[in-house]
Write a protein that binds this ligand. Structure first.
Ligand code: ATP
Ligand code: MG
Length: 139
């Protein structure tokens, strides 16, 4: 069953580039309601756990180093058809292939440093949201 919720992170590259406000603005302008929001930093261990599915990939070490090098913004967002609409809003993993007007086209600099995360399924949105937020932190 679709939950109408997704989970996102504004990644360290976009935080470093001072793009938190612009990116959150694109999300809310697109009709996503903020259910939970947090400014925090992942340890290498937490970043590895979050991206555990990619552990065997050649870029895993680089990914963990990147995701733990500075603070991130984590959020649960709500909208009808959240997963699919949010993936459309952020654009392709590689910004060179991302459509014009997408967050990654505007703010990502490479396939590794691609500004934002978006859940790929309802199941993962729940797992990822639970990784960062307690029930008391959701509104
Ligand atoms: P995310 O899960 O962060 O929303 P995605 O679903 O578009 O991204 P995934 O295939 O899940 O893409 O990859 C997770 C992350 O790993 C990417 O967002 C990117 O930061 C990094 N990554 C993926 N492929 C590569 C690659 N070929 N080289 C370097 N980093 C990569
Ligand atoms: Mg992914």
């Amino acid at each position: 069953m679709a939950t109408n919720r997704t989970f996102t992170m504004i990644k360290p590259d976009a935080v470093e580039a001072n793009n938190i406000g612009s990116i959150l603005g694109m999300m809310t302008e697109a009709g996503f309601r903020v259910v939970a929001l947090k400014y925090t930093k992942l340890s290498e261990e937490q970043a590895g756990k979050f991206y555990d599915i990619h552990r065997a990939r050649p870029f895993f070490g680089e990914l963990v180093e990147f995701m733990s090098r500075g603070p991130i913004v984590a959020a649960i967002l709500e909208k009808e058809n959240a997963i699919e609409d949010f993936r459309k809003l952020i654009g392709a993993t590689n910004p060179e292939q991302a459509e014009a007007g997408t967050i990654r086209k505007l703010y990502a600099t490479s396939i590794g440093e691609n500004a934002v995360h978006g859940s790929d399924s309802d199941e993962n949105a729940k797992i990822e949201g639970d990784f960062f937020f307690s029930e008391l932190e959701r509104f």
